[in-house]
Design a protein around this ligand. Sequence first.
Ligand code: SF4
Length: 123
Amino acid sequence: MRELTCITCPNGCLLQVDETEGGIRVTGNACPRGETFAIAELTHPMRTICSTARTTYPETPVVPVRVSGEIPKERIFDVMKEINNIVLDRRVKRGDVLIPDVLGLGVDVIVTSDILTRKLCCH
Ligand code: SF4
């Protein structure tokens, strides 16, 4: 029996997962999404990534980025390496794609903030 914390919603239910010959049995979930999560976690765990990308702008040295969908958990390190290679020298805005179809995983690395396009304050 394995215990997993469901990360699908903030409730964070503690799931007990039994793998039997008849299949995977999940208890401890307050809703059906917990069972879906547990089965996916055992068979093909997926994750999303929120991170930052470097820029050449001293006043804004990094901008927040994320992947546009979930990726296999075992590819997180590879995608983080791609994100860490980014050095932005243009003023991108929220939703702009920095790496389309990163590593052929079918998701993009996108900007999640307008911090680089906001007017600088000049009192
Ligand atoms: S089992 Fe349902 S209620 Fe519990 S954390 Fe997962 S999604 Fe939320």
